[in-house]
Ligand binder design. Structure first.
Ligand SMILES: [Zn+2]
Length: 225
């Protein structure tokens, strides 16, 4: 089927403008080809769940804008749960994030504007959109996450190990985000590199050298954002 075969003949002001309409539609179609469907920057091959799909509420406080210059890995610190949907996990995380609450350590946390992380990697390998990457995230610990693209991985990696689906997703997500924001391999780190915490747990921290090796040295060339 050619493009023209489904374009209706249109008459405007007595002049047939089928060709012009066809060209306009073709331009739109081509422009669409250069973007991922949602403009997410998440490559094909990874199941992506944007905010609208998991039912995110709007942020409840003002947020500061930033541009990511490093990628920082976290874990959720709670056991992986393959029976619960990623949508439900994100709703729970957002509800917890947006209210004053107590942490597992008993310390209080203030209400945050939104989910503290930019991407959430569920045990089944799906990636959910957290806080929009354009805004600085939040942390339970005193370090300034300005410029950090925060990726949280479901699990407590002091005890758990990455599921094969999580490993496959990280192997795609981390290099693609490095390329997208021109982040060099040396700027891939973990929460514990910046604050006194065991996050993201031993098993996940041990993956970092391998993940750095997947970041192409051309990450600093060509911005695909
Ligand atoms: Zn952390």
């Amino acid at each position: 089927m050619t493009l023209e075969s489904w374009i209706p003949l249109v008459t405007i002001g007595g002049t047939r403008c089928t060709v012009r309409l066809a060209l306009a539609l073709a331009t739109v179609a081509l422009a669409g080809c250069h973007r991922s469907p949602s403009g997410s920057g998440i490559p094909a091959g990874v199941r992506y769940v944007p905010r609208a799909e998991w039912g995110a509420r709007p942020p409840v406080l003002p947020m500061r804008a930033h541009v990511p210059v490093r990628i920082t890995i976290h874990h959720t610190g709670v056991a992986q749960d393959p029976r619960r949907s990623v949508e439900s996990k994100l709703i729970g995380l957002q509800t917890f994030s947006q209210r004053d609450d107590s942490l597992a350590s008993g310390r209080k946390k203030p209400a945050w504007a939104d989910v503290p992380y930019h991407y959430y990697v569920a045990v089944d390998g799906a990636v959910a959109e957290g806080r929009e990457w354009r805004f600085v995230g939040d942390s339970n610990t005193p370090y300034d996450p300005t410029g950090h693209l925060l990726i949280v991985v479901e699990g407590n990696f002091e005890r758990d190990t990455l599921s094969s689906a999580q490993r496959k997703t990280l192997d795609i997500l981390v290099p693609s985000q490095a390329r997208r924001f021109r982040i060099p391999e040396a700027a891939l780190g973990a929460h514990r590199d910046y604050a006194q915490t065991s996050c993201p747990g031993r098993a996940l921290y041990a993956e970092l050298p391998r993940l750095r090796g997947l970041i192409p040295s051309v990450a600093t060339q060509g911005n695909q954002r």
